[in-house]
Design a protein around this ligand. Structure first.
Ligand code: AMP
Length: 545
């Protein structure tokens, strides 16, 4: 007689694949819509059923061009339906979609495309001039497919036309293969301002889990009756995963194409009855200024929330949207290395009865970690985790099922601790309830006389001054103190404030040694390709470095 315990029953092991998101969207949510704005501002409408059929055709066409498991298929595209088709068709056939950031310098694009070993590229017709500046530097590229976003495609030079390829492909469902859920689905490169960009690989599993958690009511809460406008580019950390979360939930999508200025975004939101929009703070600062100029003129009553991340959303902007226009901001923190969502500023039930100032304090924080994302912060690499007291500053570390374990080619290994946590490079406090507040990027913190000054806190306070549209605080070299804070300030149209007024505005909330030594008025603050303040440039040009 066997002495073994009886075998327990088991659940099926079904891999978590993007294929499920695609097939579910195409069948269960087949009527949901995908609207894409073209460069000439006309809009093209498709359904998820169409996207499913077109993704099948794209996969057939790519397979005919020799794309197999693991082949890198790059995109150099704005946000639109063909980009979405690549987001699903490429990974579901077992290949890897690589989104190229069209705001980078052509030399960087060449480096990244070579590094990723891209073999096929989908390029918007409107971006061919950019592509021409680096194409010759990428010998691995075998096929160029042009998406005719701005008119007919010229195929005389060996380029292929996306729509012709789709039209010629067999009109039958593509036999999506069974894949390992850990197979690579997408590669995104970090937008590092120092050193070479690093490749981060998202797997099917990480993308599916990320979508599930993003969809949760207290995370981003997407639903089938939402109309989602990702203003955040699809080349920036998978547009924060929103296209996949929309497919999962059946939410409709609206893509802005190249029109990302505040007035165009506002018009698209009104026309397409958008309920959720997402992007970096600059866009929403611009939109708030526009709405303030013409209160009540544009009907944004459908908007449930705008998701803001990528850089700190200033508290004054969050309050302005809420108090003057009834729009709730969802402030989120993430990184390319996190697929990208890490924390969301969501009010817990006991805070919903708190006064407006206490609520704003939480809504303007980077938020608490979403399920499965673990966090801690450290003063020194090999020191103990710091207390969650809302005051002690340290570098944020994280781990979880959608946190990168390495970069492509095992570069940058020093970003991981010996016990397997990812070092974010963000300096934060964490409070008792797990709300994270970023006080700086480690490299941007101002160190004056050995004390740390939070540039983000100063920026936030400056942006609450009625004359200030935007402010970036950076370190200037100083003989006596090592570094001193200096503020670059963009004033609102027709407004101005003197240095003394700005200093007085800050003096009510910060110690004297925190107050910027100088203010530099600018028309525009220099930015990185993903919309973050480019403080290295400010330091070089105005900080004496
Ligand atoms: P990226 O990988 O380009 O998305 O950049 C990630 C970095 O952007 C983070 O490490 C932060 O420094 C910054 N970041 C992202 N979201 C926020 C936010 N809500 N507030 C402040 N900084 C942010």
């Amino acid at each position: 007689m066997s002495t073994h315990a009886p075998t327990l029953g088991r659940m099926m092991h079904r891999p978590l694949l993007i294929t499920h998101l695609l097939e579910r969207a195409a069948t269960i949510h087949g009527r949901a819509t995908v609207v894409s704005q073209r460069p000439d501002k006309t809009r093209v409408r498709r359904t998820y059923a169409d996207i499913g059929a077109r993704a099948s055709r794209l996969a057939h066409a790519l397979a005919a061009l020799g794309v197999t498991a693991g082949t890198r298929v790059a995109t150099l595209c704005w946000n639109h339906e063909a980009h979405l088709e690549a987001y699903v068709a490429v990974p579901c056939m077992g290949a890897v979609v690589h989104t190229l950031n069209l705001r980078l310098h052509p030399n960087d694009l060449a480096y990244i495309a070579r590094h990723a070993n891209d073999e096929v590229i989908l390029v918007d017709r409107s971006l061919l001039p950019l592509f021409a500046q680096f194409a010759a530097q990428v010998p691995s590229l075998r096929h160029v497919i042009v998406v005719g976003d701005s008119g007919p495609v010229d195929t005389s030079g060996g380029h292929r036309d996306y729509e012709t390829l789709l039209a010629q492909a067999p009109p039958v469902p593509y036999p999506w293969p069974d894949l390992d859920e850990n197979a690579a689905a997408m590669i995104c490169y970090t937008s590092g301002t120092t050193g070479n960009p690093k490749g981060v690989v998202y797997s099917h599993r990480s993308t599916v889990l990320h979508s599930l958690v993003s969809a949760m009511a207290d995370t981003l809460g997407l639903k089938d009756d939402d109309v989602v406008l990702p203003v955040v580019p699809m080349f920036h950390a998978a547009a924060w995963g929103l296209p996949y979360t929309a497919l999962l939930t059946g939410a409709s999508l609206v893509f802005p194409g190249p029109h990302l200025d505040a007035a165009s975004v506002r018009d698209l939101m009104v026309k397409e009855k958008v309920t959720v929009a997402a992007g970096v703070p600059t866009i929403w600062l611009g939109l708030l200024a526009l709405l303030d100029e013409e209160p009540g003129k544009h009907d944004l009553s459908r908007v449930r929330t705008t998701i803001i991340g990528g850089s700190a959303a200033p508290a004054a902007m969050i309050a302005g949207f809420r108090e003057r226009h009834g729009i709730i901001i969802t402030h989120a923190w993430g990184m390319t290395e996190l697929n990208p969502l890490g924390t969301v500023a969501h009010l817990k039930p006991h805070l919903r009865a708190a006064d407006a100032a206490a609520q704003l304090e939480v809504l303007a924080s980077q938020g608490a970690p979403v399920p499965f994302v673990e966090i801690r912060h450290k003063g020194e690499d090999d020191g103990p985790p710091l207390p969650w007291d809302g005051a002690t500053m340290g570098e944020l570390e994280t781990r979880g099922p959608w946190v990168a374990d390495s970069y492509v080619g095992d570069e940058g290994e020093d970003r991981w601790t010996a016990d397997g946590w990812f070092k974010t490079g963000d300096v934060v406090t964490i409070d008792r309830e797990g709300y994270v507040r970023i006080t700086d990027r480690a490299k941007d913190v101002v160190k004056s006389g050995g004390e740390w000054i939070s540039s983000v806190a100063l920026e936030n306070a400056l942006m609450s001054h009625p004359a200030v549209l935007e402010a970036a605080v950076f370190a200037a070299r100083d003989e006596k103190w090592g570094e001193r804070p200096v503020a670059a300030v963009v004033f609102k149209d027709g407004r101005r404030a003197s240095d003394d007024e700005l200093r007085a505005h800050l003096a009510t909330r910060f110690p004297k040694f925190w107050l910027p030594d100088r203010f530099v008025a600018m028309h525009q603050i220099p930015r990185t390709s993903t919309g973050k303040f480019l403080k290295s440039k400010l330091r070089e040009e105005h900080g004496g470095w």
